[in-house]
Design a protein around this ligand. Sequence first.
Ligand SMILES: [Zn+2]
Length: 99
Amino acid sequence: MTDNSIPKKICRLCGEVKPLTDFSKNKRTSDGRTNRCKSCDVEVQQVSAQHAIHMPEKYLNDSLERDIYGARILLTILGYDVNGDVHAQFMERMRKRKG
Ligand SMILES: [Zn+2]
């Protein structure tokens, strides 16, 4: 059985195709929904809050080794290219931060 009648869209963050109802409403987008799904929204809010305080280097390194879902989201938010050498990008940023 297919459910092609249900409007769907792809989440820009996790890349999963989900029903439109899984996306929060947003007047600024053409389809009236945000570009990331509700579960990603929650993750974004959580990691944003963490990052606002301080992102522990250990957390990042541990996450990268396990390549966990949350880490990819976190890194995407922070502007990393998750398909590239993230650790090298991270080290470069730390160098700049410390001057
Ligand atoms: Zn998502």
